[in-house]
Design a protein around this ligand. Structure first.
Ligand SMILES: NC(=O)C1=CN([C@@H]2O[C@H](COP(=O)(O)OP(=O)(O)OC[C@H]3O[C@@H](n4cnc5c(N)ncnc54)[C@H](OP(=O)(O)O)[C@@H]3O)[C@@H](O)[C@H]2O)C=CC1
Ligand SMILES: CC(=O)N[C@@H](CCC(=O)OP(=O)(O)O)C(=O)O
Length: 330
């Protein structure tokens, strides 16, 4: 990565030949810092930075955005909308934009940045001018549900419940501070008003016609998450067993670099246990099928780093697609 300070226009670090330039708006927040860490190892990307005292100044942002190929927004929703309005006003000089917030995840003129969603999704991301980076929980939920809906194993109107637990970094700087200064509870369910901001994207990209119930929770550890979906298999058409669900997931993600479907009889299945932190600092997403033939029940579980495939890792994966750069792996 090359970092260029917008004030001095001086290259502060160089490594290799830089071919594309990006500006990360909100670069000092949790997601922005995670992106910077990943880009530190990428010599074909120049990161242009804004002076600390100008980082919320629209004119300074506009001037910097005119110089880059891509802007990555790591901002609260309202601030993301303000920067998108600036970009929309730039006409032909407008850079591409990748938004990590919730603001545009179901907007029809934005591509959804989950390249593994369907066979043509990578191309949609590659060719789009505006891409929304998925929410951390929907990344796990959609990854489990969409292939099963597409395969006809789950009816679109099936009453789905998604349970999840996240590390506290999922709540950004304010939640990190609350946990690290000891004022937050050890564990908490939330979203119990059934209006969590991730529900629209979870429903839309899973192709569910019935709104799922989503029950997130947060625990006293920094990062890593589990997203799980319980199923009563004898209520599904054709009464599939765990092997049928597993086969459909394995078929969908065959050859995927970042999404793996773990064996039905693997270590987790044998122990009946799964912890959330195993994939931290990676862009990997693991899918598990736990099933009982005896009871005709299954639980699908996705494991990921909320700051990896759930945020910064996915953002860098999408950024490289949007810039026409080769994938570098996680
Ligand atoms: N943390 C996570 O696991 C995930 C987060 N996201 C999403 O990514 C986005 C960023 O989240 P996260 O990094 O966690 O949040 P943080 O609270 O950690 O960081 C947000 C950053 O944005 C800055 N900021 C706020 N307003 C402006 C503005 N107008 N111009 C420039 N900078 C501004 C903040 O600065 P200051 O503090 O000075 O206001 C802060 O540095 C959010 O939309 C979030 O929902 C997405 C996936 C996962
Ligand atoms: C623990 C925690 O609070 N998590 C956040 C979600 C983090 C995330 O992915 O938010 P985005 O929609 O911005 O991507 C929440 O539930 O609001």
């Amino acid at each position: 990565m090359t970092v260029i300070d917008s004030n001095s226009q001086t290259a502060r670090a160089t490594a290799g030949t830089a071919t594309r330039s990006v500006f990360v708006d909100g670069g000092s927040g949790t997601t922005g810092l995670g992106i910077a860490e990943r880009l530190a190892h990428q010599s074909d990307v120049v990161v242009k930075t804004i002076a600390e005292d100008k980082r919320k100044d629209p004119a300074a942002k506009r001037a910097l955005m005119a110089e880059v190929d891509l802007v990555i927004l790591c901002l609260p929703d309202d601030a993301a909308k303000e920067t998108v309005a600036l970009i929309d006003g730039m006409g032909h000089a407008a850079p591409k934009v990748l938004d990590a917030s919730t603001a545009y995840r179901v907007a029809p003129d934005w591509a959804y940045g989950f390249p593994e969603l369907a066979a043509d999704q990578s191309d949609k991301v590659r060719n789009a001018r505006k891409v929304s980076n998925p929410g951390c929980y929907p990344t796990g939920g959609i990854a489990l549900l969409r292939p099963l809906v597409d395969a006809g194993l789950l009816p679109q109107d099936y009453p789905i419940t998604v349970n999840a637990v996240s590390g506290y970094s999922g709540g950004g700087k304010s939640m990190i501070a609350a946990y690290e200064n000891g004022t937050a509870p050890s564990f908490e369910l939330y979203g119990l008003g059934l209006e969590h901001k991730h529900l629209p994207e979870l429903q839309l990209y899973s192709r569910l016609t019935r709104r799922p119930i989503f029950i997130p929770s947060v625990g006293n550890y920094r990062q890593g998450m589990l997203v799980s979906v319980p199923l009563q298999l004898d209520t599904l058409p054709g009464k599939p067993d765990g092997a049928d669900l597993h086969a459909a997931l394995a078929k969908h993600y065959a050859g995927s670099k970042y999404v793996s479907v773990l064996p039905l009889d693997g270590a987790a299945a044998k122990s009946g246990r799964l912890e959330p932190e195993a994939l931290n600092e990676t862009n990997q997403l693991e899918l598990h099928v736990f099933a009982s033939d005896k009871h005709h029940q299954a639980v699908l579980v996705a494991r990921l780093d909320n700051l990896g495939k759930g945020a910064s890792g996915a953002a860098v994966q999408n950024m490289r697609l949007m810039l026409g750069l080769p994938d570098l792996g996680s």
